[in-house]
Design a protein around this ligand. Structure first.
Ligand code: NAP
Length: 340
């Protein structure tokens, strides 16, 4: 395996977990953050004893500054950083521009530094949106239709970034080994109180912010499996992963079943987890006034079941059961004092 790896977005949930595992495996890690001043305390608390095996660089997805230094001396890049907000932005470009420009910038500087392997953290959002309603099952060959008016800004940003990254590699760096990891919603244990959007959803389910379970479903995958997949994508032989597209999902679950799982597996922590369904008409009624309801409205009753089995087979791991993942998410939130 590569010995020095750049993981972009070291302040993020997945980026942080990946850095943990790479350091534990004895690798040297470079990481990018937007502001060293803002993240210094957090980075020092988490990796203070990594010494020279962790180098931190300031680099924004929307600017060239810092990228050459971050890539220098690296054999491989895991490009994880990309905006992942809970609420939809006012303008789609707030997400699309940093996602696309960031991926292309990371590729350009990686190639310029002689990086041989590039693993892009894409998303199932680049796979399962903008399709006809009847289509419920998806795999690595499916692409979100970013031009469809039904597709939200985040899914557009991930689709456009992945497509353009693949095209850039084909045209400019055909010898670079490129692949993407495309997880559904990522849950699991957390390291600190800086919560990723997916984890916030579990917090909101148990603290009463989501008092009734809307009629929507979501694919579940464990962050430990997402890290295992990235690790394998960095490590396996070139021909095993070259041009690969690796969707990750253990199971598609309806919100009502997620709520029932939390109540059954950690009743003492499940607090105000919804026990009753949210009628569709209520979501539709509130959608003009509440941004979250607007997003929910477009998901009502839709199945987006993404097949992650091929990825697990090629990358060589077994998924943690979604029920265990949800329980571990809740217990971890409680351990960090993040459940009221
Ligand atoms: P996260 O905790 O919000 O991390 C996002 C990271 O991206 C942070 O380090 C953030 O830095 C960085 N970032 C955002 N905008 C940036 C910019 N303009 N310049 C530089 N860095 C920027 O989210 P996450 O869950 O770990 O997500 C990581 C990746 O996984 C993303 O590519 C996301 O699309 C993908 N993904 C996540 C999920 C999920 O459910 N969590 C599912 C599928 C795919 P700051 O700390 O400075 O904001």
């Amino acid at each position: 395996m590569s010995s020095t790896i750049l993981v972009t977005g070291g302040t993020g949930y997945i980026g942080g977990e990946l850095i943990d595992q790479l350091l534990a495996a004895g690798k040297t890690v470079h990481t990018t953050v937007r502001s060293k001043a803002k993240s210094e305390l957090r980075l020092r608390t988490r990796w203070g004893d990594a010494g020279e095996r962790l180098a931190v660089f300031e680099a924004d997805l929307e600017s060239d500054a810092g990228w050459a230094e971050a890539c220098a001396g690296c054999d491989a890049v895991a490009h994880v950083a990309s905006p992942f907000p809970l609420a939809a932005p006012k303008n789609d470009d707030e997400l699309i521009v940093p996602a696309r420009e960031g991926a292309l910038r990371a590729l350009r500087f990686a190639d310029g530094s002689g990086v041989k392997r590039f693993v892009l953290t894409s998303s199932a959002a680049a796979i399962a949106y903008g399709h006809p309603l009847e289509k419920k099952h998806f795999d690595h060959s499916d692409w979100t239709d970013a031009a469809s008016p039904s597709v939200a800004a985040y899914a557009k940003s991930k689709t456009i970034a992945e497509k353009e990254a693949r095209a850039w590699v084909a045209q400019n760096a055909p010898d670079m080994v490129f692949c993407s990891i495309n997880p559904v919603a990522v849950f699991g244990p957390i390291a600190n109180d800086d919560l990723s959007t997916s984890i916030e959803m579990v917090q909101k389910m148990v603290d009463g912010s989501i008092p009734l379970a809307p009629n929507m479903g979501i694919g579940v995958v464990d962050v430990r499996d997402v890290v295992r997949a990235h690790f394998a994508a960095l490590e396996l032989p070139d021909d095993t992963v070259r041009d690969g597209r690796f969707p990750l999902q253990e199971k598609f679950m309806w919100m009502r079943d997620m709520a029932a799982t939390l109540r059954a597996r950690a009743p003492e922590l499940a607090g105000k987890t919804p026990t009753r369904p949210m009628p569709d008409f209520l979501v539709k009624l509130l959608s003009p006034f509440l941004n979250e309801m607007k997003m929910l409205k477009s998901e009502l009753g839709k199945t987006r079941d993404v097949d992650g089995s091929h990825s697990a087979q090629v990358l060589g791991f077994d998924y943690i059961a979604a029920e265990q993942t949800l329980e571990d998410t809740l217990r971890s939130l409680a351990e960090h004092g993040l459940i009221k």
